[in-house]
Design a binder for this molecule. Sequence first.
Ligand code: S3P
Length: 183
Amino acid sequence: MSEMKCPPENIVLIGFMGCGKSTIGRALQQRLGYELVDMDQVIEERAGKPITAIFEEDGEPAFRDMESALLKELATASGGRRIISTGGGVVVRPENRESLRNLGYVVWLDAPASVIVERTGKTRSRPLLHAANPEDRIRTLMDERRPFYQETAHLKLDTKGLDSNEVTTGILECARYFFTSGL
Ligand code: S3P
């Protein structure tokens, strides 16, 4: 287990809203002791307002610009050994998909739409789900984005029925294999 605890590069978490990126990011941070960069949180801190307000006042393209700029910064930051938790829509821009692949080991946390519907129904913090029928919106967006997650990820992990400890262990096992096999 000791080797496995130290992947040499960043671990990047991608996936749809409510798939558990923030939770697993924190669990990985605890296991590895690496810095955790929660992109949504950094963007909110920089903008001085929550994401819902950024979408309402500045529009989605402004939010996407902030996301792309932060990714570029992370790509040029030295060192690696960070856990980077992304927002669910980061894969929509092609240049972001490339940046993500170059950042480190990219893990796609996936879950069925029914699970996402249940998890995201509890909060109003996601402006894209402020729709007349959030479930339809989720299914449509998931269908649109699935190929982008697929294209970007080194590993796809279906989290349904797994607790955060199991997901974290799975990621670390696979990351160790990835980095030691020189793929
Ligand atoms: C978004 C997902 C959100 C946040 C923003 C847009 C998306 O992050 O970045 O509301 O386009 O899917 P989470 O995936 O952490 O909810």
